[in-house]
Design a protein around this ligand. Sequence first.
Ligand code: PMP
Length: 353
Amino acid sequence: MAVRTELLKNIRSVEPYVPGEQPQEKVIKLNTNENPYPPAPGVQAALDSLDPADFRLYPDPTSSVLVRSLADYYGVREEQVFVGVGSDDVLSLCFLTFFNSEKPILFPDITYSFYKVWAELYRIPYECPRLDGDFRIVKEDYYRENGGIIFPNPNAPTAIYEELYFIEDILEHNRDSIVIVDEAYVDFAGRSAMELIGKYDNLIVTQTFSKARSMAGMRIGYAISNPDLIRCLNDVKYSFNSYTMSRAALICGAAAVKDRKYLEETVRKIKETRERAKKELVDLGFELTDSQANFLFARHPRYDAGKLFEELKKANIYVRHWEGKKISQYLRITVGTDEEMDVLFDFLRKQLF
Ligand code: PMP
């Protein structure tokens, strides 16, 4: 039965974000930028300590164990840390909390496609300055009047990282706007903008446990900023859903944060594989950006990316491909283990030559 037009006129209609596939069968999964290695060993012990009898109780709404562990890790005050169900949850609440101007918010034309979805969902006006011919953000495009700014660093899906002077320049030119730097992939790149938090009261930095910490399935993300902006974010969170983080996520997350060495070791392995993968792909004739993330953004001048994507899929190798005008000839390939990447390279070698 079709919904009548009288009803439709008051229904919010949105074009949703399309997440990458999560196939149930075993495939070489290089399509959603997950980490191929398990989380820190302490996470198992944390899980073992869970008592299902406690599940009848709500979790701590302040998420204090996790907030405390992140505050200790970064050397900031607990009042400077906000946690949520993945950085998608944190970012979505940031849009709701901080982007309430009549002026358009700004984010790059090629970037994390969820930004546009949230802007539409919350009816926030937005403009999308173009990346340059090398897929880099043009910082001067962010000097104009705006209702807020958000971009990932490294950017996605381009994988390009900008140094801190670049971020600082955007902050300097936007003292009266909130600037959100989405650092989902920063562990694979360089310095984090977190060190600028004390200097710029308009800066919010978000990160996630989904990539470098190998915990996409636990759904943990966080924002670090000054206590005033974190308080505003918490006020909106408590107006929306007080108990966002499950008991399991809270204690597993806190356990993962304790193991700095494990994180560094996992990141080192992924960066090593990434650098080898860049060389292999160049040898195969691909052109790619200088990725500083845990994925590669690559095109082959002689092979249609859409076709290659389908052929890879038939061979049970999943990568990501979008139809967007400027990026339709590119594939985004997550960096897996060396063994997984070898399966990809062997397939490409046979397919392309
Ligand atoms: N930001 C960027 C740039 C991303 O690519 C992703 C992952 N899709 C996210 C945020 C959200 O990740 P999560 O919700 O798993 O923390």
